[in-house]
Ligand binder design. Structure first.
Ligand SMILES: [Zn+2]
Length: 478
C-alpha cells in the first residue's frame, strides 16, 4: 500500500527585543546565570506584569506577513502546569483570543508553489532553563531564570505538509520572514528558533488522518527533516504489520537519530487555561495596525521576485541572497554602486559567504563595505587585476580593512597589460620551453595553455592572460 505523510509544525521564535515580555529585564544570550531577573520574572507573589508593547508589535508584523486575520481585541491566558523552570506555576500564553488566526504561507518545492495554512500566531513567555552539572558528580540541578519571561512567538501551522522537503521549505521561508522583519534573529544554536512536529501517515487517498505523533526536542531544521523521515518509516512499519500507531508525544534522540516515547506522566495535557486576570485585553486599532504595516520591510518572496524580474538574477541566486536580510541588503547596496547584478551575486555567494563561514561572523562585522566591494569588482572587470588576484585582495581587505586600490598599489598587484613590459616575459618563457613551442607550431593548441600558465607563474599571476595569448600568437608566428 502507498502511504502519505501528514505534517504540521509548531514554531517557537524568541522575539528580537531588548527586554522581556512582562518586565524590564534584559534578554541578552549567554549572560551569567540569574543576572537578568527581577521579582516579576522570578514569579514572586504580589508582582504585576506589564506588557512589552514592542513585542506585541513584532507579533503583529508576523501575523500580517502570514496573512492572518487579526481580531480587534487580543488577550492573554494562563496555561497552568508545574515545572521547576517555571516559578509562577503557569505560563502566560494565548488560547482563546490569539493575536492572529487563519493565515497562510506560500512555499516553493521543486519549482512548484504550495500553500501551507497557519492556524494561529500567538504571544507567550519563555520558561527558564535547568542546568544539570555532568562532570562534577553533583546530586543537584541548578535553575537559571535569565530566559524566564523572554517574549516568544508561537506559530501553529495546519497539517498541510506532505513530505520532509515541504517541511524544510516551510521552516526556511518562515525563518527568512522572521529575520527580514527583524522579529527574531532565528539563531537555532542559541534556541531562539525551535520546532515541534506533528507527524502521521495514512493510505494515499484516505480521508481520515492517522493518529498523530508529536515530536519534541528538535534543535535544528535537519533534525526536523530526519525525525519526519524516521517517523514515517516507523509508523508505516507498524501499520503494515497490522498494528495501530498510538497518539503520543516523543522525544528526538539527536545522537541515535530515533524518536523515543516520553514518560506518560508528561503526556497528560490539562492546562486549565483561563484568562490572565493581571493583564487587561489589548485593543488593536486599525491605526495601530497601519503603523505596524509601515514599519514592515519588503517580504522575502517579493524581494526574490524583484531580484529575478528587475535585476535578471537566476532564481537560485535570488534564493541564496534573500535567505538573510543583511546579505540581501548588502547585495542591493553593491548593485547601487553600479556593479552588474549577476557579478555582484557571484562575489557575494562566493568570496563573501566563504569568509563569513570561515570566521563564523555576520556580514555587518565584515570591514568590507558594499562600496569597497564594488571598487574591487571594478578593478577586476576593468582588467586592472585578474580574477584570482581579486580574490587574494578581498582576503586582505577582510583582514586589514584597507581599500582594494591601496592593497593593489602597495603590493604591486596590478595586472601587466602593457605589451612592451609583458613581451620580455613572454620571450623568456618561449625560449625556456622549446618543446611546447614546437608542439604549438605543429598545431597542438593545448601547448598554448601550458605557455600561458608559465607566463602567469613568472609574473605571479599579474599577466593579463588575453594579452599573453596574443603575444604568444605573434611571437610564434602563428
Ligand atoms: Zn524580570
Amino acid at each position: 500500500m502507498q502511504y502519505e505523510t501528514v505534517i504540521g509544525l509548531e514554531t517557537h521564535a524568541q522575539f528580537h527585543t531588548r527586554s522581556k515580555m512582562f518586565c524590564g529585564c534584559k534578554t541578552d544570550f549567554g549572560a551569567p546565570p540569574n543576572t537578568q531577573t527581577c521579582p516579576v520574572c522570578q514569579g514572586l507573589p504580589g508582582t504585576l506584569p506589564v506588557v512589552n508593547r514592542y513585542a506585541v508589535e513584532l507579533g503583529l508584523r508576523a501575523a500580517l506577513a502570514l496573512r492572518c486575520h487579526i481580531a480587534p481585541v487580543t488577550q492573554f491566558d494562563r496555561k497552568n502546569y508545574f515545572y521547576p523552570d517555571l516559578p509562577k506555576n503557569y505560563q502566560v500564553s494565548q488560547n482563546y483570543h490569539n493575536l492572529g488566526v487563519d493565515g497562510r504561507l506560500e512555499i516553493e518545492v521543486d519549482g512548484q508553489a504550495r500553500e501551507v495554512g497557519i492556524w494561529n500566531v500567538h504571544l507567550e513567555e519563555d520558561a527558564g532553563k535547568l542546568e544539570h552539572p555532568e562532570d562534577t558528580g553533583a546530586n543537584y540541578t541548578a535553575i537559571d531564570l535569565n530566559r524566564a519571561g523572554t517574549p516568544l512567538l508561537e506559530i501553529v501551522s495546519a497539517p498541510d505538509m506532505r513530505s520532509a522537503g515541504e517541511a524544510n521549505a516551510y521552516m526556511n521561508e518562515l525563518a527568512a520572514i522572521l529575520r527580514h522583519l527583524d522579529i527574531s534573529d532565528c539563531k537555532m544554536q542559541e534556541g531562539s528558533l525551535r520546532f515541534e512536529a506533528g507527524i502521521s501517515v495514512r493510505p494515499v487517498g484516505g480521508e481520515k488522518f492517522g493518529n498523530r505523533v508529536e515530536v519534541k526536542n528538535l534543535n535544528s531544521m535537519s533534525a526536523v527533516v530526519k525525525a519526519i523521515e524516521h517517523e514515517r518509516e516507523r509508523q508505516v512499519a507498524v501499520l503494515e504489520s497490522g498494528g495501530t500507531v498510538p497518539s503520543q508525544t516523543m522525544l528526538w534522540d539527536v545522537q541515535r537519530e530515533v524518536t523515543e516515547p516520553m514518560r506518560s506522566k508528561e503526556e497528560a495535557k490539562d492546562y486549565r487555561y483561563f484568562p490572565e486576570p493581571d493583564l487587561v485585553p489589548i485593543e488593536i486599532s486599525p491605526e495601530w495596525l497601519d503603523q505596524v504595516r509601515e514599519q514592515m520591510s519588503e517580504l522575502p518572496a517579493a524581494r526574490r521576485k524583484r531580484f529575478i524580474a528587475e535585476l535578471d538574477l537566476p532564481p537560485y541566486d535570488a534564493g541564496v541572497i534573500v535567505e538573510q536580510k543583511p546579505i540581501a541588503d548588502y547585495f542591493e547596496q553593491t548593485v547601487e554602486q553600479g556593479v552588474e547584478p549577476k557579478t555582484a551575486a557571484n562575489w557575494i555567494m562566493g568570496e563573501v559567504m566563504r569568509v563569513l563561514n570561515e570566521r563564523l561572523c555576520e556580514i555587518d562585522d565584515l570591514p568590507v563595505s558594499p562600496p569597497m566591494l564594488a571598487e574591487l569588482i571594478g578593478l577586476v572587470t576593468d582588467d586592472r587585476i585578474s580574477n584570482s588576484v581579486g580574490k587574494t585582495v578581498f582576503g586582505e581587505m577582510c583582514s586589514s580593512g584597507k581599500k582594494a586600490g591601496e592593497i593593489v598599489e602597495e603590493k604591486g598587484l596590478a595586472q601587466i597589460s602593457d605589451s612592451g613590459e609583458l613581451e620580455a616575459v613572454v620571450k623568456q618563457v618561449l625560449a625556456d620551453n622549446p618543446d611546447a613551442v614546437a608542439d604549438l607550431e605543429s598545431g597542438k593548441q593545448q601547448a598554448k595553455g601550458f605557455l600561458i600558465g608559465q607566463i602567469m607563474r613568472a609574473t605571479r599571476g599579474k599577466a593579463n592572460p588575453k594579452l599573453a595569448g596574443e603575444l604568444i600568437d605573434r611571437l610564434t608566428g602563428d
